[in-house]
Ligand binder design. Structure first.
Ligand SMILES: Nc1nc2c(ncn2[C@@H]2O[C@H](COP(=O)(O)OP(=O)(O)OP(=O)(O)O)[C@@H](O)[C@H]2O)c(=O)[nH]1
Ligand SMILES: [Zn+2]
Length: 201
């Protein structure tokens, strides 16, 4: 486990406290009028605590932990990994949002590239935190800019938010699309080429 990280000035995030999560879940079950001691729920607080440790594991990771393998290949055209499955958690309601991310970049002049799987790992570092989709999208783009120093970056995220499907406005199927584009990919021709590769399924 790496040192606790600081998120967007929100202060240091402590190490995950499984016991505390467990008693909070027990309290929540009591608050909704359930009996946490009944057969089916007896192990639930401990299970939920373990599940939260996994769902929020990105809080203890930094992008540098996953963008480790970089090679100089001399490849200077766009690299795009699309349809990367995303499972994240809406920070407003603590319910999932789910969909796909598409991550592309044009390597730096000296062709510094990373392993393809590392782009998917990077998505997970930021998805496994309490999130909003806009921040998830820009954090992925900005960490690529910082670490790979590429000539351009494009990140597009398409998700359905359970907080809009199963409660509240109740509009299942509505998709939210967010994008972050940096460097040369902001140029209209490059941007539209990237978008056509992303959208052309
Ligand atoms: N911009 C943005 N909004 C989000 C995201 N996830 C959830 N939300 C919205 O956050 C808002 C929170 O609004 P509030 O009025 O404080 O909460 P609420 O009463 O539960 O709102 P409703 O969902 O409309 O019932 C809602 O409009 C959600 O749809 C996200 O990733 N990005
Ligand atoms: Zn929500």
């Amino acid at each position: 486990m790496t040192d606790p990280v600081t998120l967007d000035g929100a202060g240091p995030i402590g190490v995950f406290d499984e016991k505390r999560a467990e008693s909070a879940v027990r309290e929540l079950l009591l608050a909704v009028g359930e009996d946490p001691d009944r057969e089916g729920l007896r192990e639930t607080p401990a299970r939920v605590a373990r599940a939260y440790a996994e769902i929020f594991a990105g809080l203890w990771q930094e992008p540098e932990d996953v963008l480790t393998t970089t090679f100089d290949l001399g490849h200077d055209e766009m690299v795009l990994v699309k349809d990367i499955e995303v499972y994240s958690t809406c920070e407003h309601h603590l319910v999932p949002f789910h969909g796909v991310a598409h991550v592309g970049y044009i390597p730096s002049q000296d062709g510094k590239i990373t392993g393809l799987s590392k782009l998917a790992r990077l998505v997970d570092v930021y998805a496994r935190r309490p999130q909003v989709q806009e921040r998830l999208t820009t954090q992925i783009a900005e960490s690529l800019v910082r670490i790979l120093e590429p000539r351009g970056v494009i990140v597009v995220v398409e998700c359905e938010h359970m907080c809009m499907s199963m409660r509240g406005i109740r509009k299942p199927g509505a998709k939210t699309i967010t994008s972050a584009v940096r460097g040369q990919l902001r140029d209209p021709a490059s941007r539209s080429e990237a978008m056509s590769l992303i959208i052309g399924r």
